[in-house]
Design a protein. Structure first.
Length: 127
């Protein structure tokens, strides 16, 4: 084997950790987690950061309210449109009924008029 392979094998050989290594590693990780949380919360010490966060929250709240208003207005418009379309359907069907009645009356009147004008059907004699 080459010297490189021997060095690599030696470097990658499993070694036992020193006693207490696991406890020290876990303690350090817990301290780092606390430190990260403290760092994030520590940003709020600065008034500018607090104001920026407050402004961002207010902006999100206002945008949410505006979105709900627009959604409600759109929904009311769609409901009004549906009502108008229904009213037009009802009106159209009623107009069709009226047209049918008028045609029937007109047809009856024409038959009566033609019966009065026709002497053979009316029983009158023309001189």
């Amino acid at each position: 084997m080459s010297r490189f392979e021997d060095d690599l094998r030696t470097a990658l050989r499993r070694k036992e950790p020193p006693p207490g290594f696991a406890e020290r590693a876990l303690a350090r990780a817990a301290v780092e987690r606390e430190t990260l949380l403290e760092r994030l919360l520590g940003l709020f010490r600065f008034p500018a950061v607090r104001w920026v966060c407050a402004a961002a929250l207010l902006l999100m709240l206002l945008l949410g309210v505006r979105y709900q208003q627009a959604r409600r207005a759109r929904q009311e418009g769609e409901e009004a449109r549906a009502k108008v379309l229904y009213a037009l359907q009802v009106t159209g069907s009623k107009l069709q009924l009226v047209q049918q009645k008028l045609r029937q009356l007109e047809a009856e009147r024409e038959t009566q008029d033609s019966a009065e004008e026709d002497p053979a059907t009316s029983g009158r004699k023309i001189l």
